[in-house]
Design a protein around this ligand. Structure first.
Ligand code: ADP
Ligand code: ZN
Length: 609
């Protein structure tokens, strides 16, 4: 089979080789065995079921949670000459009948379905008559009741094993942790599935975390350096999503809001524009993103903390699926720490669940404050080892300075104690800095021994100290009492001077782009016109075919065109991402553009002499 698979890889997809464990998965599933595939976003999961579906008899059934995205996936496959369709409620009854006709007549290689549709008795019976080649269960972590992508319908999918014995099933996900993995195998009843767990490293993503000063301004600075590129900005609340989108639009960014409270047609329109146009910035709650397989998302920015390291990894994983440089950028501050703790405590969850949530939050905060390579710590969290520092995170590129903050921590802890462990960070800092607020005067906090002993440091630095003491467990913020700070068991030795504490200096938001970076493709002055012309050609063909530009060709392929400057169909076919179907469809148009930009030959110059 390996030969057949390689042949298809080349002729259909235009790829020169398999990536990671793709080949093993393809072999396993093609031979009829079940598999669990865990690959980071952008790792190339789709090939793992598409190729076996093409290699085996019958139609491959793909279960996918998001109806809205099936259309683009199917469109991309058709561009490759693969006979793919989807069945869902967005189709008219007549179109549905047509798909069913194609299915029963054996004219389909792949059929995409939502789980609820698949599980209808009618559909199961229909599939019984055609004998599927395989079942691919995409986003398989949706079976996990612990995860935030839980889908009730996914729980029913175990019937596939009973109804279609002998038909291989392959479950795929990018969600990392071991517990979810076991849950998937259990709930889908895949005890004998071969497991393919790939490393989680996404080396092209650069991780950066900044202390939040003025999130809006920091975001604008970050985006200014990335104008014209597509990206996602995550915020916690709908209101913040809308405010931020408006603020960015006023500054001339193509920014659109997306959250569950917007009318469905607006959501769809914004998502469509994000997928189909170059350089849209979507400002969204976490309602946006699952299953978005736009490969050229250049950044994911968080202006509020995500819920956990897992969510962070998943959300940032939407950047740079094409393997080109991309950014995962985040600002976070004291408020986030307090608010998230509050959300955990005030949730309806039982004690055990709260304990887990608390531990998750602690892991995330610890990661934010880390002073070692961020990527290494992130991978360690998922059980992966990185032998060396990555050289592509904020810490590696610009190591934070640390300082001995023992005395300052003592001042702060005593001040918390003297004020009765009843006040939030704002008031405690006011006392330290010797301010004359009404609250201080009425409570006579100006008479405390700690009043004014922190004048030498600005508010921002005190906030940073509070944040770090919270994260390191030297302070607690009581969620029941509006984040009132109190001491912990860990505080004593520090207060008594039996322990010292190292704190990190927050990077100044004023010098964010200190490090020069090789960002976007820079074709150089000679090739720029060709590059632009190829992009225009792609945009026009995409509009004509009603597909996103990257479905015609990825940036990587255009870049190769500029580098190689192919002169024939044969040479074009050798490029990454050019298969036979696309060559036939688009080859001539791109060769025309290439021809029009070829430098004049030497003989023309020669006639001048
Ligand atoms: P995932 O579903 O795991 O996030 P995809 O299947 O969408 O990832 O693939 C991510 C990108 O990698 C796609 O743009 C695809 O074209 C590319 N890709 C996948 N497999 C290969 C391969 N063997 N060679 C080259 N490119 C690949
Ligand atoms: Zn690093």
């Amino acid at each position: 089979m390996t030969e057949g698979a390689r042949e298809l890889l080349r002729t259909v997809y235009g790829y020169t080789g398999f990536r990671g464990r793709q080949e093993d998965v393809v072999r396993t599933v093609t031979e009829g065995r079940d598999a669990l595939v865990l690959m980071p976003t952008g790792g190339g999961k789709s090939l793992c079921y598409q190729l076996p579906a093409l290699l085996r008899d019958g139609v491959g059934i793909v279960v996918s949670p998001l109806i809205a995205l099936m259309q683009d996936q199917v469109a991309a496959l058709r561009q490759l000459g693969v006979r793919a369709s989807f069945l869902n409620s967005s189709l008219t009854p007549r179109d549905q009948a047509e798909v069913i006709d194609d299915l029963t007549a054996g004219r389909l290689d792949l059929l995409y379905l939502a789980p609820e549709r698949l599980l209808q008795e009618e559909t199961l019976e229909l599939l019984g008559t055609v004998r599927p080649a395989l079942f691919a269960i995409d986003e398989a972590h949706c079976v996990s009741q612990w995860g935030h992508d839980f889908r009730q319908d996914y729980l029913g999918l175990h019937v596939l094993g009973e109804r279609f014995p002998g038909v291989p099933r392959v479950a795929l996900t990018a969600t990392a942790d071991a517990r979810t993995r076991e849950e998937i195998l259990g709930r889908l009843r895949l005890p004998g599935a071969a497991r393919f767990v790939s490393g989680f490293d996404r080396p092209n993503i650069r991780y950066t975390v900044q202390a939040k000063a003025d999130a809006g301004r920091q975001l604008v600075t970050f985006l200014e350096a990335r104008r014209g590129r597509a990206g996602i900005v995550y915020a916690m609340t709908r209101r913040k999503v809308e405010d931020t989108a408006r603020m960015l639009a006023e500054r001339g960014f193509d920014a659109l809001p997306y959250h569950a409270g917007l009318p469905p047609d607006v959501r769809t329109r914004h998502q469509e524009r994000f997928l189909r146009e170059d350089g849209i910035v979507i400002v969204a709650t976490i309602a946006f993103g699952m299953g978005i397989d736009k490969p050229d998302v250049r950044f994911v920015a968080h202006i509020d903390l995500p819920k956990s390291v897992e969510s962070y990894y998943q959300e940032t994983g939407r950047a740079g699926r094409d393997g080109e440089p991309a950014d995962a950028w985040m600002v976070y501050g004291l408020q986030d720490v307090v608010r998230l703790a509050q959300m955990v405590e005030q949730s309806e969850a039982d004690a055990e669940r709260k304990r887990i949530e608390r531990a998750r939050l602690d892991a995330l905060l610890g990661w934010c404050e880390i002073t070692e390579c961020r990527r290494r710590a992130l991978l360690q969290y998922f059980g992966d080892d990185l032998p060396e520092d990555c050289g592509n995170c904020d810490i590696c590129l610009d190591p934070p300075r640390t300082w001995d903050g023992t005395t300052e921590a003592q001042k702060l802890l005593s001040c918390v104690y003297r004020t009765g462990q009843r006040f939030g960070a704002g008031h405690v800092i006011d006392v330290l800095r010797g301010k004359e607020t009404e609250k201080i005067l009425t409570r006579r906090h100006d008479r405390l021994s700690t009043y004014g002993i922190g004048k030498d440091l600005p508010d921002t630095q005190w906030r940073s100290i509070v944040r770090q003491l919270l994260v390191q467990g030297y302070l607690r913020a009581d969620p029941e009492r509006f984040g009132a700070l109190s001491l912990t068991r860990k505080s004593r030795p520090l207060l008594r001077g039996e322990e010292r504490i190292l704190l990190r200096e927050d990077a100044s938001p004023k010098r964010p782009a200190k490090v020069a970076r090789k960002t976007d493709y820079d074709p150089g002055p000679d090739d720029l016109p060709l590059w632009e012309a190829l992009r225009t050609c792609r945009q026009e063909l995409a509009a004509e075919a009603d597909v996103p530009p990257y479905v015609v060709f990825h940036d990587t392929t255009l870049r190769e065109m500029v580098r190689v400057k192919p002169t024939s169909a044969q040479e074009l076919l050798a490029l990454h991402g050019v298969g036979e179907a696309k060559l036939e469809r688009y080859g001539a148009a791109f060769l025309d553009v290439l021809d029009a930009h070829r430098p004049a030959g030497p003989e023309e110059g020669a006639t001048l002499t």
